[in-house]
Design a protein. Structure first.
Length: 295
């Protein structure tokens, strides 16, 4: 007689775990939203999800990855891969920005025609790495992983050469005899936007005596001694702010306040300027702290 021992089937995974695994992408998305919502309310006192600026930023910056993913889908369907996709997009964006700057400042075209020319310049330059990738893969039989990676690195290096270029800046300053007021003129030639100039009046409003008080320098745009506006140069007409340094803990620490309210003017969107200010202001404060602690 043969005896066979049997046992009831054992479920290897809990149903909830299986459900989470099937919906892991949505679960992760919900986790991210909740995390940033809690973080924003705890640190900034505002909502992350119900914030018009955040929604606008997400929609704007999600457009490019969605378009890239659409193009990459056709490549993957054909059993290939394109690692140069993001680098080529960066190169195309840089060339388009330079084209818009050249068409407006160099050729004097109206903004609409300059925009159309820049839109044509972007895809046109992207045809070159696309043609190189096609020849490497189809004619020379180089694996797509290797061929597109090489062209991607080449495009990335070119992007960095253009974007890291220091802007040409011309400055002139005229102080008053007592040194309390300084009229300052600046002309900035940034690589991807139109030239901009401004003239500000800087006033020393410090009240410091015997180690007590505060140090303050404020500025605002002025027309005093301003040169006439030139074609191709955007005149900044709003640039107000101040530095305020106050001692703390009997001079052991310094509380620094930096206020800036500006509008770069021209066709540069204000939300881009706001984003630049949010990153540049902390950099300025860190640089001041580094300089002060080094003394």
């Amino acid at each position: 007689m043969t005896i066979v021992a049997t046992s009831p089937s054992v479920t290897l995974r809990h149903p909830i775990i299986l459900w989470i695994a099937q919906l892991r992408a949505w679960v992760f998305l919900v986790f991210l939203v909740l995390f940033f919502e809690v973080w924003a309310r705890a640190t900034e006192g505002t909502s992350f999800l119900f914030n018009v600026y955040n929604i606008q930023s997400i929609l704007v910056f999600a457009t490019a990855p969605l378009l890239l993913a659409l193009g990459q889908t056709f490549v993957i369907i054909s059993a290939g891969i394109d690692l140069s996709l993001g680098f080529v997009m960066g190169l195309s964006s840089v060339i388009a920005a330079h084209g818009a700057n050249f068409f407006t400042a160099g050729l004097g075209l109206p903004p609409f025609l300059a925009m159309l020319g820049a839109i044509l310049c972007g895809p046109a330059i992207a045809l070159i790495p696309g043609l190189v990738n096609g020849l490497l893969v189809s004619r020379l039989q180089i694996p797509p992983f290797i061929g597109t990676l090489g062209s991607g690195i080449a495009g990335d290096n070119r992007d960095k050469q253009v974007l890291t270029a220091e802007p040409d800046t011309a400055r002139a300053a005229i102080p008053t005899p007592d040194g309390k007021v300084l009229v300052f003129y600046c002309l900035v030639n940034a690589p991807l936007v139109d030239k901009r100039d401004f003239i500000i009046r800087i006033v020393d409003e410090s009240d410091w005596k015997d180690g007590q008080g505060f140090l303050k320098a404020s500025w605002r745009v002025t027309t005093q001694g301003a040169p006439p506006e030139r074609e191709g140069v955007v005149r900044v007409k709003l640039d107000n702010g101040y530095w305020l340094l106050e001692p703390r803990e009997e001079g052991k620490k310094t509380f620094v306040t930096y206020y800036l309210y500006t509008d770069p003017g021209g066709a540069l969107p204000k939300w881009i300027a706001d984003r630049a200010n949010k990153t540049s202001v902390p950099d300025v404060l860190r640089a001041v702290r580094k300089y002060a602690t080094a003394k």
